[in-house]
Design a protein around this ligand. Structure first.
Ligand code: AMP
Ligand code: TRP
Length: 359
């Protein structure tokens, strides 16, 4: 059974773009029953953007809560927090010793983000190595991510290959991207829906807020008045219709827009109905979960415990092929007695006599 792995940063207030573009697809893949699912809240990746330490834990919990409210069933998939499993950071270092700087500096996200800062932190450059560690630690072979992350995934594949080649071992399978192609435009109609642009509908926005936001959203700028026809394909409202409305309604609004048979207000009212069908159950589940923070914590604790089991088994293999002591935990640091075979470090070969010193 293939393992799917994916994650999101706990940036707070996951939005409709995150849900329709990614989260809903994770749920579909998981529900197909063909895959084992591992879903991570990648809190350590969030250090590469400005954040408020006091808010991080609450956002991390909220992100996990939204995973569950959106339909990731913790009975059937692992949900855990990246920083709870230290092996991610150990593997990141080992991978950084086989990864190539040239590949990192070529990453579009690095180029774009580093241009926005005068002094660029190293984490922005090494971000994809941590992402590779996330994936490879669980030997995941299917990684559903949006188009903007596909390049990072290719880096993860290359890094898996570099590692296997350097250590002449077949430790890591190469992860395959599962590109998610749906792009939801923001309420400004200009760019993709994104928290940093303030053009989002949050998944947990109350119905009134959603109505107000949709009402104020930009549409095809050609439709200055109701009797001027428009082009649905360039309209953000239409992209949302294609994601949430039944096919007959999608056809109806597309034709209505092209022929000026309906106005933008009509089109938005239909969208609102379809959106509510999608959002009501998520909001309801989230409301229940929000009242049970202990349940979310328990899911995350269990998830981390399970994730650690997989991660430590992988790290055993990794350490072994790299020439380290495979068992780090609880290795007695006791002195080595000359001529004695007592208490060798677990997994270690006996120390040859000439390496033990003269005494
Ligand atoms: P981000 O919030 O940018 O870290 O994205 C988390 C996940 O949501 C990634 O898989 C993105 O590709 C996806 N995503 C974010 N914004 C959108 C959007 N506007 N439309 C579709 N998918 C998105
Ligand atoms: N970089 C991804 C994003 O911004 C998040 C992420 C971190 C991720 N590690 C991952 C996604 C591993 C998939 C697999 O969306």
């Amino acid at each position: 059974m293939a393992t799917i792995f994916s994650g999101m940063q706990p940036t707070g207030g996951l939005h409709l773009g995150n849900y329709l573009g990614a989260l809903r697809q994770w749920v579909k893949l998981l529900n197909s029953g063909e895959h084992k699912g591992i879903f991570c809240v990648v809190d350590a990746h969030a250090l590469t953007i400005d954040y408020e330490p006091k808010e991080l834990l609450a956002r991390t919990r909220e992100t996990a809560m939204v995973y569950m409210a959106a339909g990731i069933d913790p009975e059937r998939a692992l949900i855990f927090v990246q920083s709870d499993v230290k092996e991610h950071f150990e593997l990141q270092w080992y991978l950084s010793c086989v990864a190539h700087v040239g590949e990192l500096t070529r990453m579009t996200q690095f180029k774009e983000k580093s241009e926005q800062h005068e002094s660029v932190k190293a984490g922005l450059l090494t971000y994809p190595i941590l992402m590779a560690a996330d994936i490879l630690l669980y030997k995941a072979t299917l990684v559903p991510v949006g188009a903007d992350q596909v390049q990072h995934l290719e880096f993860a594949r290359d890094t898996a290959r570099h590692f296997n080649h350097r250590y002449r071992a077949d430790v890591f399978p190469e992860p395959k991207p599962h590109p998610l192609t749906l792009r939801i435009k923001g309420l400004d109609g200009q760019a993709k829906m994104s928290k940093s642009r303030g053009n989002t509908i949050s998944l947990l926005d109350p119905p009134k807020t959603v109505k107000k936001k949709i009402g104020g959203a930009f549409t095809d700028p050609a439709r200055v008045t109701r009797d001027i026809p428009g082009t649905p394909e360039i309209c953000n409202i239409y992209t949302m219709h294609t994601a949430v409305s039944p096919p007959d309604k999608v056809t109806y609004v597309a034709e209505g827009c092209r022929t000026a048979g309906i106005g933008c207000g009509d089109c938005k009212a239909i969208l609102l109905e379809s959106l509510e069908v999608e959002l009501v159950p998520i909001r309801q589940k989230a409301e229940v979960l929000a009242r049970e923070p202990a349940r979310i914590d328990a899911v995350l604790q269990d998830g981390a415990a399970e994730a650690r089991k997989i991660a430590s088994a992988t790290m055993r293999e990794v350490r072994e092929v790299m020439g380290f002591n495979a068992d780090t935990m609880g290795a007695p640091p006791g002195p080595v007695q000359a001529g004695s075979q007592a208490s060798p470090r677990p997994g270690s070969a006996p120390i040859p006599p000439d390496a033990r010193g003269a005494s």
